[in-house]
Design a protein around this ligand. Structure first.
Ligand code: ASP
Length: 342
């Protein structure tokens, strides 16, 4: 019997059309989207679909929407062999990261895809992305188990681990990279899997989490950043954790007022995390003098996690109501292949 895949349409360019009055791109509904791809009838996979009532541009995605997608997957989990989430590319890496934490013990593929050009346009990249994502979601190994039992992003011939992915280009079809982890597969004439890069099958059944604490923020460091700027950012009401995106291997200014602003936040019990602004590589606190203050203040190094993974992981862990002391330890340990231990 052919495999069964659930298509979850959230919005994004893939399903957009140009409003004739303004020329601006707006999401269309799932029925119109499916009409644009008659090839879907011939992919040899049983397809069912669900859609957000109002499809959205991914810039409007919020943590509650990540939970909404996780819930759809949880509710349909037993009925399907895999899931394809159609999503805008702008924040796809955040959604993919969040889903990788919310869907504990995942043993079926959850493949996010979208496109740079709407599906109805002549040069669209949407059809290949969609059809191959479905093929990957349905793929089985020799033992009949899912080939990719994890959350991944498929875009422009490459399958990448979701929580390792970053959007690196606003226009190119090749919009995503996962600088700190190899591609899980490359699609050419055939799909070439890199089995050593794919997460192993997990024992146990799916444990879907629904709680995320969004009292988490990001403070991007820049040359000349002042203590006042940091104080203002870290005084957001209810803030529990902030990711500092730092220079190079996790460095920041030694300016005493900047450091004092961080210290004040730590004294108020705010967790501070250190993720690099660099696209690739890892944080090594203490390697340079310019990261010594972070060590002294108990800033948590995010190793080689993307900012997207660090942010969503912090939201996930804070949503689990565990003792504050455990937070640093759990941030530093991999949950879904999002970091490499140094
Ligand atoms: N703005 C769009 C979105 O993220 C871009 C895209 O889909 O590629 O929803």
């Amino acid at each position: 019997m052919s495999a069964s895949v659930l298509l979850i349409y959230t919005g994004g360019t893939i399903g957009m059309w140009a409003d004739p009055r303004t020329g601006a791109l707006r999401p269309m509904d799932l029925e119109h989207l499916e009409e644009q791809v008659p090839e879907l009838e011939r992919v040899g996979v049983r397809l069912e679909s669900v859609a957000f009532e109002t499809p959205i541009d991914s810039s409007d995605m919020r943590p509650a929407d990540w939970v909404r997608v996780a819930r759809i997957i949880g509710e349909h989990y037993d009925k399907h062999d895999g899931f394809v989430v159609l999503h805008g590319s702008d924040t796809m890496a955040y959604t993919a990261s969040a889903l990788s934490f919310l869907l504990e013990n995942l043993s079926k593929p959850v493949i996010l895809t979208g496109s740079q050009l709407p599906i109805g346009t002549i040069r669209t990249d949407a059809k290949e992305n969609l059809i191959t994502a479905i093929e990957i979601a349905a793929a089985k190994d020799e033992q009949g188990r899912a080939m990719v039992p994890e959350v991944a992003v498929y875009f422009e011939y490459r399958l990448l681990r979701g929580n390792r992915t970053v959007k690196v280009h606003a226009e190119r079809f090749e919009a995503f990279r996962s600088p700190n982890w190899p591609a899980l597969a490359e699609a050419g004439v055939r799909i070439k899997w890199d089995r050593s890069a794919i997460l192993p099958q997990r024992a146990g059944s799916l444990n879907m989490h629904e709680r995320l604490d969004d009292h988490v923020g990001v403070v991007r460091l820049f040359p000349g950043i002042s203590g006042g700027w940091v104080r203002s950012a870290l005084s957001s009401p209810g803030l529990r954790a902030a990711i500092l995106t730092t220079f190079g291997s996790g460095n920041g200014p030694t300016d005493p007022d900047f450091v004092a602003a961080l210290r004040e936040a730590r004294e108020r019990g705010i967790h501070l995390l250190n993720a690099t602004q660099c696209v690739g590589g890892r944080v090594e606190q203490g390697r340079y003098v310019t990261s010594r203050a972070f060590v002294e203040l108990g800033v948590i190094p995010c190793a080689d996690m993307t900012v997207e993974a660090a942010l969503t992981k912090a939201m996930f862990l804070l949503g689990q109501d565990q003792p504050a002391e455990d937070f640093a330890q759990r941030m530093a340990a991999p949950i879904a292949g999002e970091l490499t231990l140094g």
